[in-house]
Design a protein around this ligand. Structure first.
Ligand code: AMP
Ligand code: MG
Length: 417
């Protein structure tokens, strides 16, 4: 199964092509379920949702102040009689007469006849039922016209939209209390290794807790999948085989962690091959994560990821995440390669592989100085098993192959997650 190292970009594209092919062969894309808005965070819309009435549904005041006819307020100093008060949630019943003004709250419907709002800061109450405008008003000022954000009958959100806080708010505003979403793909999470014990157990002197399973389950959920946590499998061919068969039987995709390197007890590749797996790639020019493999076994796409926590986390994000996103009905999130400036020198080794390093934002990014953009520094680690360093990271640096040490002030690509 030595297929040679390929670039992470090529590996990621192979995953995407394979999953897109899967989806094309499957109609409908996935079962559809109806969920409450409270349960819809992260889900993917299976049907478009339409706007049920104009947004905003009335000409809406965007400031606390006084509704006026702009024709009455062409210059500062005009005095107008207060004709009443328009509050949010209450429609102003009658038309506003020329030469008058209506006190109005942010979010209230503009009275008929008014076409602008003068902010309260620019109005003086004269105490005799009149106000003096300290500013002139232009038609439309501080007013959002009815239907200017969306019209009744428009598509509010298209099929395939991922529902985050803003999308959920939009659904709420158009009265969609129970969106129809795609069922989440079930993703089996199988950690392997003789040294692993469950989180609740007391580890022996040479044992460690199975943190990868927890990490991967959280990543699966973030990507839009439903994690199916399997008990960790030992480094033993028969047990591994059974665990993989169980994974294929209970899930749509399989993520395996550990046992994919070159060691004597790294048996995952061998057992996958025995089960008739086909490999799209096995080995990526990426550090950490070089042994990562992807293919199909027992009819399921599988990802065999290295067991070191950082390697596991990175390779999941690069390769498994787009597969789960596609299977959940969404389009893959780009890896978002933003640029940032190194605040400190970086002693990266010169390697023919792309390198991913945990990093932190440097204080002062929010100070408004705004001259150098985002400034970051690499977090020193004791290798790719250093979970404590990983947990301090706010983002990752991605160095291209052939990149060696860097100086403070050099630009680097960052993955903001
Ligand atoms: P492997 O990829 O199996 O060679 O494992 C590489 C390193 O990752 C070893 O130090 C393992 O102990 C560690 N490791 C493997 N699986 C896990 C896991 N599920 N949770 C935490 N660490 C792990
Ligand atoms: Mg192992």
């Amino acid at each position: 199964m030595s297929l040679g190292l390929i670039s992470w970009q090529r590996a990621r594209q192979l995953v995407i092509d394979e999953l897109v092919g899967d989806l094309a062969a499957r109609a409908p894309r996935a079962p559809i379920v109806t969920v409450t808005l409270a349960a819809a965070q992260g889900r993917v819309l299976a049907e478009a949702v339409w706007v049920d009435r104009d947004l905003p549904p009335f000409h809406r005041a965007t400031r606390d102040g006084f509704a006026v006819r702009a024709a009455d307020a062409r210059q500062a100093g005009v005095v107008l009689a207060i004709g009443g008060e328009a509050r949010a949630g209450v429609a102003w019943a009658s038309a506003m007469c020329a030469g008058t003004t209506i006190e109005i709250a942010t979010g209230a419907p503009l009275p008929d006849g008014a076409d602008a709002v003068v902010m309260i800061e620019h109005v003086v109450r004269l105490g005799d039922g009149t106000v003096r405008l300290e500013r002139s008003a232009m038609p439309g000022e501080n007013v959002v016209p009815r239907g200017s954000e969306a019209c009744a009958g428009d598509v509010a959100l298209a099929c395939g939209s991922r529902l985050g806080p803003a999308q959920l708010a939009l659904l709420a505003s158009v009265g969609c209390a129970a969106p129809r979403v795609f069922a989440r793909p079930r993703v089996a999470v199988l950690a392997t290794g003789d040294e692993l014990v469950p989180v609740e157990a007391v580890p022996g002197a040479a044992q460690i807790r199975n943190s990868n399973a927890v990490q991967l389950a959280a990543q699966v959920a973030c990507a839009g999948g439903e994690p199916v946590l399997l008990p960790a499998a030992p480094d033993e061919p028969r047990a591994l085989k059974l665990a993989l068969e169980q994974a294929a039987a209970c899930a749509d995709q399989i993520v395996i962690a550990g046992g994919v390197s070159m060691g004597r007890y790294d048996l995952v590749g061998e057992v996958l091959a025995e089960l008739g797996a086909t490999f799209c790639f096995a080995g990526v020019a990426l550090r950490p994560g070089k042994p990562a493999a992807f293919g199909r076994v027992l009819g399921r796409p599988f990802f065999a990821l290295p067991g070191n926590p950082l390697s596991c986390l990175v390779t999941f994000e690069f390769f498994a995440r787009p597969a789960i996103e596609l299977a959940s009905g969404a389009t893959p999130t780009p890896l978002l390669l933003a640029r940032a400036t190194l605040a400190e020198p970086l002693a990266a080794p010169l390697l023919p592989l792309a390198q991913v390093l945990p990093a932190a934002l440097v204080d002062g990014n929010d100070d408004g100085a705004g001259d150098s953009g985002v400034r970051v520094r690499a977090i020193p680690t004791h290798g790719s098993g250093d979970l404590a360093a990983l947990a301090r990271a706010q983002l990752w640096l991605l160095l291209p192959p052939g990149c060696g040490p860097l100086a403070a002030g050099d630009e680097v690509a960052v993955l903001p997650r």
